[in-house]
Design a protein around this ligand. Sequence first.
Ligand code: NAD
Ligand code: DAU
Length: 353
Amino acid sequence: MILVTGGAGFIGSNFVLGWLARGGDPVINLDKLTYAGNPGNLVDVADDPRHVFVRGDIADRALMAQLLREHRPRAIVNFAAESHVDRSIDGPGEFIQTNVVGTFHLLEEVRRYWQNLAEPERGHFRLLHVSTDEVYGSLGLGDPAFSESTAYAPNSPYSASKAASDHLLRAYHHTFGLPTLTSNCSNNYGPRQFPEKLIPLMIHNALRGKNLPVYGDGANVRDWVYVKDHCDAIEVVLNRGRAGQTYNIGGNVEKTNLEVVHALCDLLAELRPGRDYRSLIAFVKDRPGHDRRYAIDGTKIATELDWHPRESFSSGLRKTVEWYLANQPWVNNVTSGDYQQWVARNYTARTAA
Ligand code: NAD
Ligand code: DAU
């Protein structure tokens, strides 16, 4: 069996659903169920005996020790994190607590568990830490894409906290020999993404006739990967990656934010006609410290593990919009309560630029 942390969030739930659908080993899914964690993401496996959900914190050492002792996983995939850059600017504390302190506690318990394993389990064990391309900082338009040897230069409290966790993984491999793997991925999109992130937020607002708030000049560039491609890549790295290595994962899709929002407006005009969606675009005050461009050089994962993204941006975006249109009760469920307060806090101060 494998232990997945953060498996009720966006990428974690897509990973768990895909893994079990492909007949993978049973999964223990440990998730704190913060605002971003949603048991509704896992309804498809609610009756699957291969899926056991445990509500809890990766920083809870006693719980982690108990889960490791009882279930003896052959691998752990760590998705658990605070993940939204704007929230890390609003309040960095939770990011340090989960992404840095939580990862440290997880590592300590995993080290103890792994050191006490007998061969061959000890040799086969892997801890895969899911990280981000944001640890590399910001690129200029003409700069080469991030490779695994690009120096870390995180710019937001979120990316700094993820960089710290990556460094801890590196140190536990180097010092203790813990068989770690780290993946650094670019921007994901697809079903079940919380509507605080660019793509689902724009779909949500557009359908309600609300402004589409584009930060700054809208020319910041992100490299978009469809979430199911990312999940496939994680599985490949888990199965065939070399212990102690890091692997960059990207979609080979560099787009400005304005290009993404235009593409969404045009898709909605086709699938939900009746409104001039582009007229809702509003340029608003920029994100402080806003990274200009991210881009992934995926040479290592392509040559070493033969992994390549399969989804094109146009097909992936269409699937994404169709999923949100077909799942409005899911959206209504996650956008009640706290969500409204977050939107008011983040956007009220961003008057039109
Ligand atoms: P998310 O915010 O949707 O989900 C995070 C999940 O972790 C939630 O279910 C939450 O309840 C859980 N969680 C938070 N703190 C926890 C704790 N202390 N203990 C246990 N569970 C906890 O995030 P996501 O977008 O699915 O990202 C998952 C991982 O992938 C994160 O580590 C993120 O840094 C990384 N990542 C995300 C992207 C992206 O574009 N979304 C890209 C690259 C890497
Ligand atoms: O690169 C990987 C990272 O991608 C992950 O590590 C993060 O967890 C994930 O949140 C994402 O970070 P970004 O900051 O790039 O994603 P976000 O969706 O918040 O923003 C994408 C771009 O869109 C960014 O340039 C900011 C801009 N933006 C975002 C929002 C929410 C807007 O213009 N308006 C908005 O309302």
